[in-house]
Design a protein around this ligand. Structure first.
Ligand SMILES: Nc1ncnc2c1ncn2[C@@H]1O[C@H](COP(=O)(O)OP(=O)(O)OP(=O)(O)O)[C@@H](O)[C@H]1O
Length: 247
């Protein structure tokens, strides 16, 4: 793993036709830390992730990993889009999807190696759904679907993990499994960046936060970011969880 590198977002701006989604965002994401991207609805959280990966074209700025743009090194990245963006009617089993994580290494229309199959089987065990291996993906619960895509990401052997709302609409048991794995990834030196949709107790799982509302409000350690002032600037009004927890 390229342990010296960190992800540097430099003056990033994104405009969709009439909507200025992000302006002048500068922050860094450190490996070895579990980093959350938070902010109100429409704050530009998903856009930040997509712009980092070159899935939307920034109007200004750049995102570097080491000395090269990240979008030129996407073989180092595992990306899990929002669940709503995935076609769950596609006729594939859990096993098919998890093995797809190996396509970049194997190549299209090639046989998966024994190593790839081993990695896929291990990933299914790790997320706790080995028993669903042969199930069509359309017949899974939301939490099971999320675990399939996490298993697929694990088989990619990436250095950087980017997850868009992996905790939306999942039960507490799945949430704990997902956070355990994300912590393990961070603690083994990976870069783990997660769009997180709400300000509930789960936020205490993150080491670092990037707080957005169309622009960067704050970034850094969770404790430094979650001040009452920052939260009010991002969300406005009452934020009950923080009224008792924030500095
Ligand atoms: N493809 C698009 N075309 C036009 N506008 C878009 C597009 N994608 C997002 N937007 C707009 O850009 C802004 C930021 O959207 P984005 O999805 O990044 O926010 P978000 O913080 O992830 O929101 P949420 O928490 O609701 O998922 C919103 O105003 C949204 O309507």
């Amino acid at each position: 793993m390229n342990s010296a590198s960190s992800l540097a977002v430099d003056h990033l701006g994104v405009q969709y036709r009439m909507v200025k989604a992000l302006t002048n965002v500068t922050c860094s994401v450190n490996s070895g830390r579990l980093t959350g991207i938070i902010g109100p609805n429409g704050a530009g959280k998903s856009t930040l992730l997509k712009a980092m990966l070159g899935l939307v074209l920034p109007t200004s700025g750049q995102v570097m990993w080491g000395d090269k743009p990240l979008k030129q090194q996407l073989d180092r990245v595992a990306y899990i889009p929002q669940r709503s963006q995935i076609d769950w009617t596609y006729p594939a089993t859990v096993w098919d999807v998890v093995l797809m994580g190996r396509i970049r290494k194997t190549g299209w229309l090639k046989r998966y190696s024994t190593v790839s199959r081993r990695l896929a089987a291990d990933a299914l065990e790790r997320v706790g759904i080995a028993n669903l291996k042969h199930r069509p993906i359309g017949q899974l619960s939301g939490g099971q679907q999320q675990r399939v895509f996490l298993a697929k990401a694990l088989t990619e052997e990436a250095e950087i993990f980017c997850l868009d709302e992996p905790l939306a609409g999942i039960d507490k048991k799945t949430e704990a499994i997902v956070f355990n794995i994300l912590h393990e990834l961070a603690h083994t030196g990976h870069t783990v960046l997660v769009v997180h949709h709400d300000l509930g107790q789960a936020i205490t799982n993150f080491d670092d936060l990037i707080l957005l509302n169309r622009e960067l409000i704050a970034s850094g350690s969770r404790e430094d970011v979650l001040t009452k002032n920052n939260i009010q600037r991002a969300f406005g009004g009452h934020v009950p969880f923080f009224e008792s927890n924030a500095a």
